[in-house]
Design a protein around this ligand. Structure first.
Ligand code: 1HE
Length: 263
């Protein structure tokens, strides 16, 4: 254990302690995110040990996360609401644009702010119990944790609008179909699959992971001409790293794995 908080644990995994497993641990409240827990997520991602190369986020109990802790909502006036939303933005920015790729291991409810947290991660893995919703719409509120920016990037604005206007709930299979998750683990646990993926990601060249986390999302939002220019710069920086040269040489010498046909 590297991080102390009553509702959040960080456990290191792997031979080199290269995987951080960040677990929300408030199962009695379905891992609802009160201010303490969202700030703990920020602190955990800002302070990952130097050995960590990839992270997994999951939730204790029957659900990944029930979203914003609604018991804290009524105490805020309009100005406090704005700052509260900005606090969530800052915390989830630490997940999305931190030091390592993050995989969300989903099960049960992934709703409201829980889906906002999941969408700040780089890969989402779901098990068969997973379901997704944005109940903000039917509760008379709006997303405030970055969902308006990140969820449309996964599923498009039309599907998000439908979820919020109608209270539509996606099950695990439909969630994978529309792009809420990239993996659906039939019969297994999302956590196990997420750790497997994180272990693989941790072996990538650091500059490749950096480029995918920090350059790709920016390039995707740039006008094409700017994007191509940024891509050229990033490609050149990545290729010139000694680690990249070593990996390419290993392939040319027949010492690195070939790409194999998918199953
Ligand atoms: C909560 C919360 C919560 C559960 N805030 N306390 N999110 C929502 O609108 C989703 C609200 N939650 C639910 O729909 C359900 O709780 C679940 C589908 C997630 C789980 O159902 P279930 O039957 O397993 O649990 P439960 O009996 O509903 O809840 C267990 C306890 O957790 C109960 O408290 P208790 O003291 O009566 O035992 C619930 O009140 C409590 N609980 N969810 C507070 N969310 C940055 S803006 C983001 C905006 C949003 O995220 S809004 C969407 C909020």
């Amino acid at each position: 254990m590297t991080f102390q908080h009553p509702d959040l644990s960080v456990q290191l995994h792997g031979e080199q302690q290269e995987i951080a497993i960040v677990t929300m641990n408030r199962p009695a409240k379905r891992n609802a995110l009160n201010d303490g827990l969202i700030l703990a997520i920020r602190d955990a991602f800002q302070n990952l040990p130097a050995s960590v190369r990839a992270a997994v986020v999951d939730g204790e109990g029957e659900h990944f996360c029930a979203g914003l802790d609604l018991s804290e909502l009524s105490e805020r006036d309009a100005a406090e609401g704005v700052f509260h939303s900005r606090m969530w933005h800052a915390a989830l920015e630490c997940v999305e644009k931190g030091t390592v790729p993050v995989i969300a291991a989903l099960h049960g409810a992934v709703v409201g702010g829980g889906l906002e947290l999941a969408s700040a991660c780089h890969i989402r893995v779901a098990d068969e119990t997973t379901f997704y919703a944005l109940p903000e719409g039917t509760r008379g509120i709006f997303v405030g944790g970055g969902g308006a920016v990140r969820v449309p990037k996964l599923i498009g604005a039309a599907r998000m609008t439908d979820m919020m206007l109608t209270g539509r709930v996606y099950n695990a299979a439909d969630g994978e179909r529309v792009g809420l998750s990239q993996y659906l683990v039939p019969g297994g646990t999302a956590r196990e699959k997420a750790i497997e993926l994180a272990t693989r990601i941790a072996t990538n060249a650091r500059m490749t992971n950096f480029a995918l986390m920090h350059a790709l999302p920016r390039i995707a939002e740039q006008p094409a001409d700017h994007g191509l220019f940024t891509e050229a710069l990033m490609a050149s920086i990545a290729q010139s790293a000694p680690e990249a040269k070593e990996r390419v040489r290993a392939f040319l010498e027949g010492k690195a794995a070939k790409v194999k046909k998918a199953d």
